[in-house]
Design a protein. Structure first.
Ligand SMILES: NC(=O)c1ccc[n+]([C@@H]2O[C@H](COP(=O)([O-])OP(=O)(O)OC[C@H]3O[C@@H](n4cnc5c(N)ncnc54)[C@H](O)[C@@H]3O)[C@@H](O)[C@H]2O)c1
Length: 317
């Protein structure tokens, strides 16, 4: 029996040929997202009626969509964060939800390191001014000997800590459910959130986006940070009050910040945050590597096949 898999993650044919081939070899017809962006409710409702499974990007998957998807058995999230999926509503309708935990951790960790150095050395400004023919040799700062604090010590944070070892920094981490074994193995000191904020020269957020972590980084917490520190967010925009971040940059409390994720995505040039000095920005691109697309393409396809064939898929939430 042919089953229909709706893929709303973008670039599927181009970058996930192995995952697509795996689905097709297992009797699945693949319907792709041709819009190159998250699909709207209307676009989903035009396609979801026949879908047995979904490989989901960051479109909104809530009970309104489930109500018009009578065949849907599994949503395999093409990524880690499931804040765009109402997991409880899915469970109530016997729709399994999986994610690709760990599948993009290396890519996000590498971009995070890149953003730390970009912010500390002003690489984007140097690039822009050099290309304009200027010879502005701005003076930056080094990472060696600094303290890097990570809020959240899960998959990605642990990879960041591992990569940071070579930079000869001290790493602090805060986690509600701390993994002491991983921290010991990586030479990371587990501390409370206030200690991360007050002791670190660079603070990275690696928390999940949950109601309890919404705007975790607010004006009070930016005020607790060291003067002249740097702030990096490659996790989720909802973790940060952007107005408070802008103010921390404008007043010089923070020397720099780098962010990949925004309160509202896609963001645009009118975002007041972009007026702040010392800000490095990327468009939610931390996981966007060929390697990630390939591995998550296979991982999500296998989860769909397992769920449709009655086996327990990996990373079932
Ligand atoms: N920018 C991107 O493209 C991109 C890509 C992948 C993941 N992410 C985001 O990065 C973040 C980290 O992802 P991960 O794969 O490492 O997740 P993870 O689940 O492995 O780690 C999250 C950690 O946070 C801890 N935690 C949960 N609730 C907490 C709370 N209230 N207070 C303190 N700690 C808490 C957990 O114990 C866990 O160790 C997530 O927000 C994810 O959505 C971003």
């Amino acid at each position: 029996m042919t089953r229909t898999v709706l893929v709303t993650a973008t670039n599927y044919s181009r970058l996930c040929s192995e995952g697509k081939a795996l689905l097709e070899a297992n009797g699945c017809r693949v319907i792709e997202n041709d819009f190159g962006r998250p699909m709207t409710f209307q676009e989903l409702s035009d396609r979801v009626g026949d879908a047995d499974a979904v490989v989901a990007g960051v479109d909104t998957w809530n009970d309104d969509v489930f109500a018009i998807a009578p065949r849907l058995k599994v949503i395999s999230r093409f990524g880690v964060g499931v804040d765009n999926i109402d997991v409880e509503a899915a469970r109530a309708r016997n729709i399994k939800v999986t994610n690709a935990a760990g599948g993009n951790a290396n890519a996000v960790a590498e971009l995070t390191i890149g953003l730390i150095i970009s912010a500390m050395r002003g690489i984007p400004e140097l690039h822009a001014s050099t290309r304009k023919g200027a010879w502005d040799r701005f003076v930056g700062e080094e990472l060696i000997g600094r303290t890097v604090g990570i809020l959240g010590f899960g998959n990605i944070a642990q990879k960041i800590a591992k990569k940071l070892k070579g930079f000869e920094v001290k790493v602090l981490a805060y986690d509600k459910f701390p993994n002491a074994e991983a921290a010991n193995a990586l030479g990371v000191e587990l501390v409370d959130a206030d200690t991360v904020l007050t002791q670190s020269d660079i603070v990275c957020t690696m928390l999940p986006s949950l109601p309890e972590t919404r705007q975790f980084m607010n004006a009070d917490r930016f005020a607790m940070m060291k003067d002249g520190a740097y702030f990096i967010n490659t996790a989720r925009g909802a973790l940060v009050d952007e107005t408070a971040l802008k103010s921390a940059l404008d007043t010089g409390k923070l020397r720099g910040a780098a962010i990949d994720v925004y309160e509202r995505e896609p963001t645009d040039a009118t975002n007041p945050l972009f007026q702040a000095a010392g800000l490095v920005t990327t468009p939610h691109t931390a996981a966007e590597t060929y390697e990630t697309y390939s591995s998550i393409g296979v991982l999500t396809a296998q989860a769909v096949i397992d769920a449709l064939e009655g086996r327990e898929p990996r990373n079932l939430l």
